[in-house]
Design a protein around this ligand. Sequence first.
Ligand code: VGL
Ligand code: ZN
Length: 212
Amino acid sequence: MAGKLAIGSRDVLFVVDIQNDFCPDGRLAVPRGDEVVPLVNRLAGRFKHVALTQDWHPAGHQSFASSHPGRKPYETIEVAYGPQILWPDHCVQGTPGAELRWDLQIPHAELVLRKGYHREIDSYSAFYENDRKTFTGLGGYLRERGLNRVFVAGLAFDFCVRYSAEDAKHEGFDVVVIEDACRGIDINGSVAATRRVLAELGVGCALVEAVG
Ligand code: VGL
Ligand code: ZN
């Protein structure tokens, strides 16, 4: 790779959903999810602006298989806004599984954005919930702060990282996904689909060592 991507004062790093439930032994463990933590800690030190996201569901959330008698995790159902994958219960507000990973060390992070708190709407993206109509407020936050380029790392590559990167692009920001600082769940080819969609949208891809 030629040269480094220089980080400036209008860049922001999004650290997506690095929470206990998405790490090994968690309730929706992303394979090797914990491996990204040291990389993300190192990467974050090169950014002036860092925002963390936290998946934050009420008990009985519609995306939980346990809320639908007879359904199992990873099945898909139709809800008001279209298809919804059912998940094991995870990131329930106030539980240890919803806490940020203990070894995540980014004291200078400026924002912790919680999402997925509406019982009837899942939210993979940090910008819009899965109904594509309910906003989280993040687009306005970035614009008011004059931040115009978004770097994305974290969990899971093929869900919350993917949709956050896509929507950042739709909102008019430049976007770079730090691929080695992400891990995926990979359901029915979702990792390959993510790579395809991000490339089509013109979302950049970089490795930790090429940034900063
Ligand atoms: C996520 C599935 C359900 C994620 C969150 O953070 O990628 N995936 N909730
Ligand atoms: Zn969730």
